[in-house]
Write a protein that binds this ligand. Sequence first.
Ligand SMILES: Nc1nc2c(ncn2[C@@H]2O[C@H](COP(=O)(O)OP(=O)(O)OP(=O)(O)O)[C@@H](O)[C@H]2O)c(=O)[nH]1
Ligand SMILES: [Mg+2]
Length: 221
Amino acid sequence: MVVHVNPGSHHRARAITMDTNQQKMDANILLLGAEKVGKSALTVRFITRRFIGEYGHIDSIYCHSDRIDGREVCFNIWDSLYPQNALAAGEVNEKQLHWADGFILVYSICDRSSFNVVRQQVQHIRRCKKPSGTAPVIIVGNKRDLQHRRTVSSEEGRLLALSADCGFFEISAAEAHHGVLLVFHELLELIREARALRKGTAGIKNIVRSMSAVFGRRRTE
Ligand SMILES: Nc1nc2c(ncn2[C@@H]2O[C@H](COP(=O)(O)OP(=O)(O)OP(=O)(O)O)[C@@H](O)[C@H]2O)c(=O)[nH]1
Ligand SMILES: [Mg+2]
């Protein structure tokens, strides 16, 4: 079973109908979170549909293409490492912030400190330059199969996501591919929505600019 909360869903239908362009789409997705929460397990599950158990401790960017709703989508997925440096802990570095179109913040439902890391990281993302509409974030509580070891309730995860305008899922990368797929597809929709919003804002800015150019000229005539 997958628990799911959907941020700003009232905007969704409009954004999807606006986005009728069927060209290829690229999305840079950054996975963040404390050590051993399952960042690599999620990434590998999404790309290969498999759970292989052990993944090593490496920082990598994977490219994965898929056809979604008739459109070719190229996912660039950065499976990051949590920084060892205590000063950088809970922060997202400039390069990562700049690179990412969307973020998946992972914690383990059996590890409260990993939930606190996600709280810090989402606050950091929201503080740094990117307003929520332009930096889509999905918070993921992983290892849902380990209910007997749970220390973070679903409600806490959901509340954190609501308070920071993020999507929320509880999943088990170990148990199923479906939940992981939902996470990536939901983030893709949020990225599409953010791009449509930016395009709309740019359009309005251009109209305002042209109008001021016209009025400006008239004033000097
Ligand atoms: N029970 C259970 N174990 C999981 C799940 N997801 C990952 N694991 C296990 O958790 C451990 C860490 O998984 P990784 O995917 O390597 O975690 P990570 O966040 O990438 O870890 P680092 O890259 O070392 O920071 C591994 O032993 C996985 O098999 C899950 O959904 N359920
Ligand atoms: Mg890893």
